[in-house]
Design a protein around this ligand. Structure first.
Ligand code: BGC
Ligand code: ZN
Length: 368
């Protein structure tokens, strides 16, 4: 089969190959295999890092890794003990497979304490930028037919779902937490999805981005009934004085120094969620006494979040359905850069991060 693959750790090795083996249902034990025809695959910063050779590992027995972890496909075949899905159903596969820690055993591999993890298209497991794959029925999430146009956005949504669910879970410490104002740092795909999920929870949301409005992302923020603030026009501190105090902050800029600025403006009893995977080794000087004092006297929390469990995929489906009903056409507008066909898939990597790009994705096959 055709696939977009990389040679892990070799910079700019992305290539289309024709010899990727066709998967078979019995790759999964106990008649629990499901064969999925790939329809669309989204790309993000992780794919860029993998192509840059900074990240990623091939599955055992292969010297290449099929990339792509934001999959969307249709079931074509199921093993004899699969009851959850049937041919014709749309599905998205969970990215991370279970490892060996206790968190993996209870169905939350996103909390693994193992040194390495198994992630489709990222680490040790092939991804979805190919024609078809086989996965365990237990790791597939059903997407209703009516959401097929935007199903490729489920995986990035789950990253946000997990972070926000964690924030609420942590804040149960306060017994009566009633968040009113939220801030989202970053107006890319993750920032926009975070704004969407927080608006669905009824919060007053301020989204911070670098670029000056109006442009597509700021329009999209406003369409949700949220507010867009350009950090070139207003500092975080000034905006917090005006639109805060922020009970919940979600950091998704990819720029780690902003974390410390966010710490400085988080409201009392607030929670700051960090989601940026920052591979570099940037260093900044911070007002440590002031930040520490604010956290201590204000009973504040900061938490990191990565990946997502099955529960986050399921809440992602529900929130996407809510968003489609509440803001028709909004999610479609995030799908700015389609690339048609696996042959052209390397182009998608070049489009990542270009001006105007929100979601770059490969249309591997037309939606049936
Ligand atoms: C993916 C996550 C993954 C993380 C770290 C992100 O791009 O969306 O599922 O856990 O990278 O590899
Ligand atoms: Zn990702």
């Amino acid at each position: 089969m055709k696939a977009l693959a990389v040679i892990p750790r070799q910079p700019h090795s992305a290539h289309v190959r024709e010899d990727h083996p066709e998967p078979s249902l019995d790759a999964v034990a106990g008649g629990r295999g499901v064969k999925v025809k790939v329809l669309r695959v989204g790309l993000d910063g992780t794919d860029k890092e993998i192509d840059a050779g900074e990240y990623g590992a091939s599955p055992p027995g292969f010297d290449y890794l099929v990339t792509g972890h934001e999959g969307f496909g249709v079931v074509t075949e199921v093993g004899e003990h699969v009851t959850e899905v049937k041919p014709g159903d749309y599905v998205v596969s969970i990215v991370r497979q279970a490892g060996d820690s206790i968190y993996d055993y209870v169905g939350t591999p996103d909390f693994t304490t193992d040194d390495s993890y198994h992630e489709h298209g990222i680490n040790l497991v092939h991804g979805f930028l190919t024609e078809a794959y086989v996965e365990d029925a237990g790791r597939l999430v059903l997407v209703p037919q009516g959401l097929r146009e935007v199903g490729v956005l489920l995986e990035p949504t789950t990253v946000v779902e997990k972070g926000i669910a964690q924030a609420y879970e942590i804040q149960r410490r306060l017994k009566v937490w009633q968040p009113k104002r939220a801030a989202v740092l970053g107006a890319g795909t993750i920032g926009l999805m975070a704004a969407m999920v927080l608006r669905l929870r009824g919060l007053d949301v301020t989204v911070f981005g670098r670029d000056e409005p109006p442009f597509l992302n700021s329009d999209l923020v406003e369409a949700l009934g949220a507010r867009y603030v350009s950090t070139q026009q207003t500092s975080l501190a000034d905006a917090a004085a005006q639109h805060g105090p922020f009970d919940l902050m979600f950091e998704a800029t990819g720029f780690s120094p902003l974390v410390f600025e966010a710490m400085g403006v988080l409201g009392r009893n607030g929670v700051l969620v960090l989601s940026s995977v920052t591979g570099g080794d940037r260093k900044v000087e911070v007002p440590s006494d002031v930040l520490n004092l604010g956290f201590v006297l204000g009973n504040k929390v900061m938490v990191g979040t990565v990946n997502a469990s099955r529960a986050d995929f399921e809440s992602g489906v529900r929130d996407i359905a809510m968003a489609v009903a509440r803001w028709p056409g909004w999610l479609e507008q995030l799908l700015t850069h389609p690339v048609r066909g696996l042959d052209d898939a390397p182009k998608a990597l070049e489009l990542l991060g270009t001006p105007g790009a929100i979601k770059v994705y490969v249309e591997v096959a037309p939606l049936p």
